[in-house]
Design a protein around this ligand. Sequence first.
Ligand SMILES: [Zn+2]
Length: 87
Amino acid sequence: MTSRYEIRSLNGRGFAVFRGRKCVSTPSYSMEMAQQKLSVLEAQDKRAGRKIRPCITCGETFPSEGPANRMCDKCRANANEIFNGAV
Ligand SMILES: [Zn+2]
């Protein structure tokens, strides 16, 4: 399974967990500590039902925010456009 998270070095000031471009953990002194935080975040996501799911519209896999989130960002943006156009 693909992780939504990755560990990046903070220019010599330790390591932190990132989701996309966003830093989602406090800085860690070691890679091991950052790895632990990443595991905790992934466990929280799993409990919350966030995982990689196939989009109901195009079938492409994407990181879902929860059981109710079944459409990828691309399709959701399209759906919003259609919705806005209809109003
Ligand atoms: Zn889609």
